[in-house]
Design a protein around this ligand. Structure first.
Ligand code: NAD
Length: 329
């Protein structure tokens, strides 16, 4: 009995070689010497939390110091212009957070809150002005924009060198061509969280759930760039469970609360949950069933406090990067 259990444990660990160091045996050997019945051996893992809030604070502190030196050296602060069209309450909260994040860094922030009936022409005029303004290093148009405005036309009007959201086709193209310039903030933040595991991502089976232009697709390019083997699942994917079950890395970005069941997670896998949903009681949750997934995963991001704080942090990092390019640092 004991021999069988040991053999089973060894085989399990070998199967998850990259994760072996992470495995915590909670319920271990259950055999004739340890117990009086023939209960099955249970081996389970408890995930390490990938704390996006702590990582974001650390990176922001580094950025703040770097920005202070750059301000001293170049005699001006990095400048971020944020444009909001309409009165979507969630967008107002996001814009406020971005503005305050900027100010805490010592950046100049330029805020434009336009009424919902603003014409596309007017918005394009403002973007042209900001493209030419030497005090502005980054331009961000908060999405979604009202239905009468074509968001693609707007995003493509932003100077790619000031596209700190990293959504412009030029910046997406640079990532595809393995020469990233300004990177899409949420996938970039997910890569920083993956770095925290200390694992080499080369050859890892990664499965991204969601194929949007702002999360899923650039995330696929980031993971490919890092040497992972990438599968992108979307609304037409057959048998999502089968894809998840073989994934060493799961990035959940479908925008469907609790879509990824904990029982699907491969023991020891890294789970990055991008989804954000507000429950009826006001608390936030993600696309992954956290409680059950965290019993199997090796690492997992919480919601809130995982990917969310990293997105704004990478926006600030992109603003510093754009500034450095503009001042020739
Ligand atoms: P989206 O609606 O644009 O895209 C969703 C994608 O998921 C689509 O490609 C769709 O095909 C796929 N999908 C939908 N149902 C699916 C299913 N059952 N199985 C497999 N794939 C499915 O959403 P988005 O803008 O990419 O955002 C996704 C989620 O991430 C949302 O919850 C959003 O709020 C959140 N988000 C969080 C951050 C952050 O900073 N944490 C940033 C951006 C988005």
């Amino acid at each position: 009995m004991k021999y069988t259990i040991r053999k089973h444990m060894k085989t399990s660990l070998r199967n998850f070689a990259p994760f072996a160091v992470k495995v915590t045996i909670i319920a271990g050997i259950v055999g004739s010497e340890a117990c009086c019945n023939n209960a099955p051996t249970m081996m389970t893992t408890t995930a390490e939390i990938l704390d996006g809030k702590a990582l974001a604070n650390r990176l922001r502190e580094e950025l703040r110091k770097e920005a202070a030196e750059l301000i001293q050296k170049h005699g001006r602060a990095p400048g971020l212009a944020v444009i909001l069209v309409g009165d979507d309450p969630a967008s107002h909260v996001y814009v406020r957070n971005k503005k305050s994040g900027c100010e805490k860094m010592g950046f100049s922030s330029f805020s434009f809150e336009l009424p919902a009936n603003t014409s596309q022409q007017h918005l394009l005029g403002l973007i042209t002005e900001l493209n030419q303004d030497p005090k502005v290093d980054g331009i961000l148009v908060q999405l979604p924009v009202p239905a009468h405005i074509n968001s693609e036309t707007i995003l493509e009007a932003i100077d790619p060198g000031k596209d700190v959201d990293g959504f412009h086709p030029y910046n997406i193209g640079r990532l595809i061509a393995r020469k990233p310039a300004l990177r899409s903030c949420t996938p970039y933040g997910c890569m920083k969280l993956l770095e925290e595991t200390g694992l080499d991502l080369h050859g890892m089976e990664s499965v991204i759930v969601g194929a949007s232009n702002i999360v899923g697709r650039p995330m696929a390019m980031e993971l490919l760039l890092a040497g992972a083997t990438v599968t992108v699942c979307h609304r037409f994917t057959r048998n999502l469970q089968a894809h998840i079950e073989r994934a060493d890395i799961v990035v959940a970005a479908a925008g469907k609360q609790g879509l990824i069941q904990g029982e699907w997670i491969k023991p020891g896998a890294i789970v990055i949950d991008v989804g954000i949903h507000r429950r009826a009681n006001g608390t936030l949750t993600g696309d992954v069933a956290f409680d059950s997934a965290s019993k199997r995963a090796g690492w997992i991001t919480p919601v809130p406090g995982g990917v969310g704080p990293m997105t704004i942090t990478m926006l600030l990092a992109n603003t510093v990067q754009a500034f450095k390019t503009h001042v020739g640092d």
